[in-house]
Design a protein around this ligand. Sequence first.
Ligand code: C2E
Ligand code: CA
Ligand code: CA
Length: 366
Amino acid sequence: DEFIVVCEGVPDSEAAAAMTERLRAAVRVPVDVDGLTLLPSASLGCTLSTGDVTADQMVAEADAALYRAKAAGRGRSELFDEEMRRVSRNQTELRGQLLTALREQQLRLHYQPIVELRGNTIVGYEALLRWEHPERGLLLPAEFLAAVVDSDLDVPVTRWVLQRAATDLVELGRRSRSRPFISVNLSARQLSRPELVADVQAMTAETGLAAKRLWLEITEDNLIDHRHRPMLDRLHALGCRIALDDFGTGYSGLTYLQQMPVNVLKIDREFVARVGADRVSAGITAAVTDLADVLGITVVAEGVETAEQAELLRGMGVGMAQGYFFGRPRPLADALTEPATTAWTRAVTDPGVQPLDTVNDSMTTG
Ligand code: C2E
Ligand code: CA
Ligand code: CA
C-alpha cells in the first residue's frame, strides 16, 4: 500500500506542491466494493532532488516527509525541508556513532534499586541504558534512544542489554547475598521479533538466572496491540515477569489487566507526583492498587522523590517503589558498594533526615 512516484522536470517546491495535490486528487476517486462506496485517501511525502543526493537518500527523505504527513493527520502531504534534513542527518550520524559505541563497548547499564515498601529492602533493580560518549560524556536515553529503537540497532543493543543485565545480576546477587530481580525495558520492535524468545532463553541459560528473576517492561500501547499477544504469552510461559511500564499515561484501561499476561504494574511518576497533592490521584492510585491486589499483580510506584510520598503509598498498600528518594540509577560498582540500609530507611521514619542519594546521575560514570 505504498507507492513511489518519480517526476522529472519539477523546478521548485511550488511546482512540487501542485504535483502532490494532483496526485492526491487522482487517488480520491470513489470506488464501489460490494455495494459500498469507499473513498480512498493518500498521505504524501515529497522531496526535491538537490542534485548531489543518491536514490536511497531521496527515498529516505520522502519517507521522513511521509512520516510527518501521517503524524499531522491522514490525507495530507508534506515536503521534505531543511529542518527534516537536519534531523535525518543527525539520526544517520548518531546511528553510525552508536555502531561504534557497541563495538567499542561504550554502552553502560545503570541500576536503580526497587524497594519493598513494607520491609524497606531492595528487592530488585531496573537496568537503564547509558552511553559513555568519548566526547560528550555520559548520555541519557533521551539523547540517543530514538535512533536505536527506530532502527536495526535495536536488536544488537537489546541483546547486549539482556546479556549485561544478566551477568551483572548474578554479581549483584552474589555480593548482596539476596536474590534480587532485574527489570529490563523492551521496545515495540523487540516484541515483534521472534528471536527475542531465543535471546531471553540464551541469556538465562548462560548466566544460570532463573527466568522469574527477569522482569520485562513494556508500555501500555504495546500491551493493547494484539499483534504482540503471542510474544507476550511466550515470554510469560518462559517464566519471565511482564511489567506494564508508565501505567496511567496510556489508554489501556483496567480490563486489559485481567485479559493480558501482566504480573507487574508500574505506576508512572507523573501520577505518583500528584499523589501527595490531589485527592483524585490518591483515590485512583488506591483503587488501582486494590484491584491489582485482587488480580495478583504487583504494584511498583515510580519516581518516588520524598519520604512523604513513600509514606502515603505504603499506606495505600502499594507493594514496591522506585525513585530518587531510594536511589538514583548507578553503575554496577556503586550499586554494589552502597549499603542497602542507611539514609532512606531512617528518612522514612524520620522525615528530617535527607536521603543519601542526592548525587546527580549524570555526574556518575561507569
Ligand atoms: P522509564 O522506563 O520510565 O525509566 C525510568 C526513568 O525515570 C529513568 O530515566 C530514571 O532515571 C528516571 N527516574 C527514576 N526515578 C526518578 C525520580 O524519582 N524522579 C525523576 N524525575 N525521574 C526518575 P532514564 O534512565 O533517563 O530513562 C528514560 C527512558 O528510556 C526509560 O523510561 C525507558 O523508557 C527508556 N530506556 C532506558 N533504558 C532502556 C533500554 O535498555 N531499552 C529500551 N528500549 N528503553 C530504555
Ligand atoms: Ca521502565
Ligand atoms: Ca517508567
